[in-house]
Write a protein that binds this ligand. Sequence first.
Ligand code: ARG
Length: 462
Amino acid sequence: DDVRLWGGRFADGPAEALAKLSASVHFDWRLAPYDIAGSRAHARVLHTAGLLTADELERMLDGLDRLEQDVAAGTFTGTVADEDVHTALERGLLERLGPDLGGKLRAGRSRNDQVATLFRMYLRDHARIIGGLLTDLQEALVGLAEAHAGVAMPGRTHLQHAQPVLFAHHVLAHVQSLSRDAERLRQWDERTAVSPYGSGALAGSSLGLDPEAVAADLGFERGSAGNSIDGTASRDFVAEFAFITAMIGIDLSRIAEEVIIWNTKEFSFVTLHDAFSTGSSIMPQKKNPDIAELARGKSGRLIGNLTGLLATLKALPLAYNRDLQEDKEPVFDSCDQLEVLLPAFTGMMATLTVNRARMEELAPAGFSLATDIAEWLVKQGVPFRVAHEVAGECVKECEARGIELDGLTDEQFAAISPHLTPEVRSVLSVPGALASRSGRGGTAPSAVAVQLGEVKADLAVQ
Ligand code: ARG
């Protein structure tokens, strides 16, 4: 039996090699529930346009219901011969309703507008799933920040000790970038709420169908496509989705890299929970941060999905070209990867043990309070250029003596500069340095508390 939707003008069926190349059911089958929803909406506008009687519509919807149940139960599946999910489901409908009724549904639609619509529906659902998983991670990070509210750590630039910061401030920095990713998903979803159904193959339909009704039926808040060529040919919504998922991967990889470093013997800032770390097959003592490493690794894969997709789209003439069938696997993969990665990552972060003593021991090390000396001098009226120089002299003196800044005596301070009175010691403590950075967005406990409140309020509405 010929299942092709286009056999009429062909004397022979496709070569086996072509059928194998062309087939997409093995990856586009996941669009089946969306295809059936689209078919229901399409049947209704066929009825409204007078192309299906009320009785035919009723039997059509019943056939689609039965097909949906069989798809869900796994008793109806697509095959290589079906070419794609749309063809397979049409075969399923014909088997259930017979050719006379079943053959009426295809009027006024094309796989080109179908696939563009279903793909949007699928990705919109997964944008919400991924958004929910991101919220879980943000909440875990907020929990980590709150549980260690007063803990200081060395803040770094160039991976070198720079200035002490609150651990909570550092963790919340990651929450901020994840919030922007979540916002990107929401804004993408709004932009993608336009239905290409009704665009037909590329030029629209002569059958008087109502694309706006289909759009409303399928939950596209912004209505139907304003241009049928764009409706069937554009895939920037896919590329943008691939970018956002890649960006999420990259943001995770930056947290991951820090967890990996913090978890080394040398740092000893954190300990991973047994349930969220792995062992070695040969070295009995090992406890490895595999979740963080997989996050780091998968971020490369997510970038690859984006760049592969962009390469497919580059210079593609309008309207539909079969190249576009290559648009699905990359982003399906991006969804799959994030949907397994995020729950594991969240578990790892939620169960992290923080070594407060170690972080606070290192917070003032590496002369990380040198800026505080300079800024203290500025408050005494010394120009910053001079103050920077004087604080630098203090560091040089300490390096020569093998001590930290607070190890300098009053006499040694005074010898470096007369401006360095014993009162300078007031800023040579980590709590003092932290508390002094109390402006908006700073690392003072009071400022971090404000930030935490804002982040939590945002999460509540996200
Ligand atoms: N399976 C195709 C895709 O994913 C849709 C079918 C369009 N095929 C066609 N020959 N016009 O893009």
